[in-house]
Design a protein around this ligand. Sequence first.
Ligand SMILES: C[S@@+](CC[C@H](N)C(=O)[O-])C[C@H]1O[C@@H](n2cnc3c(N)ncnc32)[C@H](O)[C@@H]1O
Ligand code: SF4
Length: 384
Amino acid sequence: MLAPPPLSLYVHVPWCVRKCPYCDFNSHEQRGEPPFEAYVDALLADLDSDLPLVWGRTVQSVFFGGGTPSLMPAASLERFLQGASSRLRFAPGCEITLEANPGTAEHGRFESYLAAGINRLSFGVQSFDDGCLQRLGRIHDSAEAERAVKLAQDAGFDNINLDLMYALPGQDLAMAATDLERAFALQPAHISHYQLTLEPNTVFAARPPAGIPGEDAGWDMQEHCQAMLADAGYRQYEVSAYARPGRECAHNLNYWTYGDYLGIGAGAHGKITMGHDQSVLRRWKLKHPARYMAAAGGEAVIGGDERVEPERRPFEFMLNALRLVGGFTLASFEARTGIAAADIEPQLQAAVDNGWLVRDAGRVVPTESGRRFTNDVVSLFLAD
Ligand SMILES: C[S@@+](CC[C@H](N)C(=O)[O-])C[C@H]1O[C@@H](n2cnc3c(N)ncnc32)[C@H](O)[C@@H]1O
Ligand code: SF4
């Protein structure tokens, strides 16, 4: 039986000051001040149309992602949050994260965010090396990043994530290590450490910059940085996520454990378990901000609706759960996919035989090699 899992709310804000050449997110360079107030109206109308999918359920986390949500005035965020919490029940202590670009920090801004209800900030720092930041086309330098984090801390934010990328053009192992040391000095609760990937349809994919470290150098950086993060008290709990004890990101954990989420905003994706007909629905919204805003509140805003057939659910579940260092329980597999664990026994055993997974009393945990060859492991669970 499919049992509705925890529910999160994702809100997409699709504008940035400038488009970074490596980024394939749905983000658009702003021309003048984006129409934030109209956007909040559209978000609330969009939420109204999705409400019937989640009647009676409680939201356990909210995430404003982008794009650059920190371009949004606190008053607009507050109006959205007030509107959302009058439509949906928010769990006590609900984690509410805002992605922030350090180049958008101004004095007083973080106090207002806190007052608006935001209780976690995720800064896109990327690197503390000014040369690397320039090559990445970032709008801020390292001093601005440090200043932004300190301003947020002074305003009272204690749950802060820093996004860093490694294997950057012109970066060597010592530089990647220095980036981490400068991050540690700021004492964030959480660090996301991503390897730069050349995403299709980006400027970097079309014209790769010189000096991108090769595969072996990338592995060396990852291994070295993993050890540094562990020594500094950041426990790895997912491929790219490291946290101080108890500071794991509830919102992302919900994705990785195949939880449910409403996706509101331009290009946002949602996934909802429907108890009444035992189905899983994926829904996404129109990507283009102006078209999204014009259509919000009506059926036309839906870019697509897709039922996830039962045969596909084990693959989707594994795609997420095998990113987690702690793996998953067979009980959660059954509750979230509606599939009996016995049905995936041959694939599980094949993965165990290959040394990719280990099993212990109902829990399945990826090994080091299982996490290295995630694609191979996950493909075992694809229906033919
Ligand atoms: C949706 S972005 C939003 C953050 C915010 N807009 C900013 O850049 O300051 C989330 C994070 O994904 C990471 N990211 C984006 N593109 C990436 C790429 N091509 N390879 C690896 N990580 C990437 C960056 O660390 C970025 O901070
Ligand atoms: S600021 Fe963030 S979302 Fe915007 S283009 Fe750069 S990486 Fe992408």
